[in-house]
Design a protein around this ligand. Structure first.
Ligand SMILES: [Zn+2]
Length: 420
C-alpha cells in the first residue's frame, strides 16, 4: 500500500507532494501526484524527518510520583533517592512506565528512541528484562535501542563488571558508562578500559554518561576520547552531558574539543536535566550547567540533545517532546539566530540520527519514510516556538499516530479590538 502526502511545506519553504511506497520516499514533487491508496492533506503544514530521541531513561521515568523529593537537587542525591525504588522494582511497573513514555513520544513525532537502563547490584536485571519485553512489544511501532548503564559505577559497585557482560549476553544493544562516578581518577580510567573491553568483545558501540558535574577536575572525557582513538573506535562512541567541559579553562577545553573531533565522538547534551541538576553548589553567578554546545558545533563535532529524564528525582518536568528539548537548548546555549534555530532542529533530527547510527534519516527520494507532519506551522522557527500539539507520525511509510485538536472559541477571535 502506498501513501501520498499533499500540500506539505518543506524546511526549504517549498510546497510539495510526497509519494511513499513500500516504506520508502519515491517522489517529492511540486506537481500533482498519481493516485495513492491513502492520502493525507497536510494543508500547507511543515513536514520533515521524524524526531529521534537519543537519550532516555525509560526504566526511571515517572518514579517522581512515588519517591521522596530530591531536596538538594543534585545528581548525587537523585542517585541515592532512586536506590529505594530500585530495590522494589517489578518488571510490570517498569513496563507500564516505559510504555507511557513511548506512547507519548510517538504522539510527538518520535520514531526512534535510545534508552539507558540501569545495570547494578541493586536492581540487577529486572529493568533490562522489562525493557527487552517492551522492545519486543513495540517492534512494529518504534525502533528502541537499549544501553546497559552502570550508573552506580563499575568498581564502586562490586560485581557490576560481570553484570554488564551478562547484560550484553541478555540482549542490550550498547554498552554505557558513568566513569565520573568512581572513587578515584585511576578507577575512572579502569572503568573506561572495561567499557572498551566489553564493546570490543560484543562488537557494540559505546554511549557513556561522562563528566556530568560542574567540577572542572572531572576529566574523564580526555581519557575516553584518547582511548577511542587508541582502540580504533572512532565513530562508535557517544558521550552524554560532559558538563565539566564548560567549567574548565578555555585552553584545556579547546584541546579536548579537538580530541573529541579527532575521535569522531558524538555528543548528547541534555539541557533540561542539566539546567536543573547543575550549579547547585554555586552561589552567584550560577552556571547554566550544559556543556560547550556552540564550541563543539563550530569544531565540527556532531552534537544532539536529549530528553534524559521525565518526572523522576533528577528532573521533575519533561514530556518527551523533542521540540521542547530543542527550545530548552536554544535558551541554555543561547542559540537564537536563524541559522542557530535551524541547527537546533537538525540536532533533534539528523544529528540525533547520526548519534544512534542512522545515516539516511533525511526527507529525500529513496530514503526511509520516517516523517512528522507538524500541523498548523510552516517553518522550523514556528515549530520550536509553538510546539504544535497536532502532529502526524509516519514510520516506514505507515501512519502510526495522528493527533488532532479542536478549538472552540466563545468570542470572535479575528476581531480587531484595538479600534474604537
Ligand atoms: Zn542520562
Amino acid at each position: 500500500m502506498n501513501l501520498g502526502i499533499e500540500n506539505a511545506f518543506t524546511r526549504e519553504g517549498k510546497l510539495v507532494n510526497i509519494l511513499i511506497d513500500y516504506g520508502v520516499i519515491r517522489e517529492i514533487t511540486e506537481t500533482k501526484l498519481n493516485a495513492a491508496d491513502q492520502v493525507i492533506d497536510a494543508k500547507g503544514s511543515l513536514v520533515t524527518e521524524s524526531f529521534i530521541s537519543p537519550h532516555n531513561h525509560l526504566d526511571k521515568a515517572f518514579i517522581g510520583d512515588i519517591i521522596e523529593p530530591n531536596v538538594s537537587g543534585t545528581l548525587w542525591e537523585a542517585i541515592q533517592k532512586t536506590w529505594e525504588v530500585k530495590r522494589n522494582y517489578t518488571a510490570k511497573d517498569i513496563q507500564k512506565r516505559a510504555s507511557q513514555v513511548i506512547d507519548q513520544q510517538i504522539k510527538y513525532g518520535v520514531t526512534h528512541i535510545r534508552t539507558h537502563v540501569d545495570i547494578d547490584s541493586i536492581g540487577k536485571f529486572i529493568p533490562l528484562k522489562a525493557l527487552l519485553a517492551v522492545k519486543a512489544a513495540y517492534k512494529d511501532i518504534i525502533d528502541l535501542q537499549i544501553v546497559a548503564f552502570p550508573q552506580e559505577g563499575i568498581l564502586k559497585d562490586e560485581g557490576t563488571e560481570s553484570l554488564l557482560y551478562t547484560a550484553m549476553e541478555t540482549g542490550a544493544d550498547l554498552i554505557g558508562g558513568m566513569p565520573h562516578n568512581e572513587h578515584t581518577p585511576q578507577d575512572s580510567q579502569h572503568h573506561i578500559n572495561i567499557l572498551f573491553d566489553i564493546a570490543k568483545q560484543f562488537n557494540v558501540d559505546i554511549d557513556s554518561h561522562t563528566d556530568e558535574t560542574d567540577d572542572p577536575n572531572s576529566r574523564t572525557l580526555q581519557y575516553l576520547a584518547s582511548s577511542t582513538i587508541k582502540r580504533n573506535y572512532n565513530d562508535r562512541v557517544a558521550v552524554d552531558h560532559i558538563c565539566s567541559l564548560a567549567a574548565q579553562n578555555d585552553y584545556y577545553a579547546a584541546r579536548i574539543i579537538d580530541l573529541v573531533k579527532t575521535a569522531n565522538i558524538n555528543v548528547v547534551s541534555n539541557p533540561g536535566t542539566n539546567m536543573v541538576l547543575q550549579g547547585r553548589l554555586d552561589s552567584y553567578p550560577k552556571r547554566v550547567g550544559i556543556t560547550r554546545v556552540k564550541e563543539l558545533l563550530n569544531a565540527g563535532v556532531n552534537v544532539t540533545c536529549g530528553q534524559d529524564c521525565i518526572n523522576d528525582p533528577y528532573y521533575p518536568f519533561g514530556k518527551g517532546d523533542m521540540l521542547e528539548v530543542a527550545l530548552l537548548l536554544g535558551h541554555a546555549a543561547k542559540m537564537t539566530t536563524q541559522s542557530e534555530i535551524e541547527t537546533l532542529y537538525d540536532m533533534i533530527t539528523y544529528n540525533a540520527a547520526t548519534t544512534i547510527g542512522i545515516s539516511d534519516h533525511k526527507l529525500d527520494v529513496d530514503t526511509p519514510a520516517n516523517l512528522v507532519i507538524l500541523h498548523g506551522v510552516k517553518t522550523v522557527n514556528e515549530a520550536i516556538r509553538k510546539a504544535p500539539p497536532a502532529r502526524t507520525t509516519i514510520r516506514k511509510g505507515k501512519i502510526i499516530s495522528k493527533t488532532s485538536i479542536t478549538e472552540d472559541h466563545f468570542y470572535e477571535p479575528k476581531q480587531d479590538r484595538t479600534s474604537d
